[in-house]
Design a protein around this ligand. Structure first.
Ligand SMILES: Nc1ncnc2c1ncn2[C@@H]1O[C@H](COP(=O)(O)OP(=O)(O)O)[C@@H](O)[C@H]1O
Ligand SMILES: [Mg+2]
Length: 247
């Protein structure tokens, strides 16, 4: 896999006229696992949404670069083609679109030259579904239609594995997952990490970081990264919360 660097430079963003991100600097390289932690309302999900190009969030300063290429104003599709993947915290239901159709379309959009035969593609999908313990019948269901919290999360992981991104942003992937499901999800993350995928794991709690040990931990408070460290920081947050970290 070609190496990739996602570089965020002095990024500022607002939502509904309110400044949420107040100058974020962060670089994620292939094969690195970063955790972004912080109290509720710090702006963690906002950063994720801004990185993937959600239209509700307005970038008011700074840059998003992928291998030096400026993607600050790129569309979500362009970002995905550049290798970014974001599993949303609250994925919207696109009713009427079957999982199978969605995945095939998304894959063909990303890899138009590959022309993988349908049968081969769905065999690949079914293998991953087994790995994350999704029933095969899911494949013909509509996206997120009546999915439980855990099923949504599994579907996010399914997309992540199938779409072969180079840098993955996971927002609260551990919420709504029981211990067994979390193990399966962590195993998929580890496999991708072995293939040098880079990760930004956004999480309020330290739970998933017991399985996936981040090399870098960043703490976001009120729209600013107030601490950069390693997993000792996340361990201390588990014991003491966020109050000891000053803005
Ligand atoms: N779509 C939105 N409309 C209005 N305010 C928003 C929206 N998204 C986020 N915010 C506000 O931005 C702040 C940061 O939210 P968020 O990024 O979700 O924090 P976190 O993920 O760290 O809990 C909060 O004050 C929240 O109310
Ligand atoms: Mg959030």
């Amino acid at each position: 896999m070609t190496d990739m660097a996602l570089k965020i430079e002095n990024l500022k963003a607002e939502v509904e006229g309110k400044e949420i991100l107040k100058g974020i600097d962060l670089t994620i390289n292939s094969g690195e696992i970063h955790a972004l932690m912080g109290p509720n309302g710090a702006g963690k999900s906002t950063l994720g949404e801004v990185l993937i190009g959600h239209p509700n969030y307005k970038i008011t300063g700074g840059k998003i670069l992928i291998n030096g290429r400026d993607l600050t104003n790129a569309t979500p599709e362009e970002r995905a083609r550049a290798g970014l993947f974001l599993a949303f915290q609250n994925p919207i239901s696109i009713s009427g679109v079957k999982i199978s159709t969605f995945l095939r379309m998304a894959y063909n959009n990303l890899y138009p030259d590959e022309k993988m035969p349908l049968k081969e593609f769905f065999n690949m999908v079914k293998t991953v579904m087994k790995d994350v313990d999704m029933d095969e019948s899911f494949i013909s269901r509509s996206i997120n239609d009546g999915f439980s919290g855990g099923e949504r999360k599994r579907f996010e992981v399914l997309q992540m594995v199938i779409l072969k991104p180079k840098i993955v942003i996971l927002d609260e992937i551990d919420s709504g997952l029981d211990v067994d499901a979390l193990k399966l999800v962590s195993a998929e993350i580890k496999k991708m990490h072995d293939q040098k995928v880079g990760f930004l794991i956004i999480t309020h709690y330290q739970r998933i970081l017991k399985d996936i040990i981040p090399e870098f931990v960043h703490v976001l408070k009120d729209g600013r990264i107030v601490m950069n460290g390693d997993n000792k920081v996340s361990d201390r947050i588990e014991d003491e919360g966020y109050d000891w970290i000053k803005e």
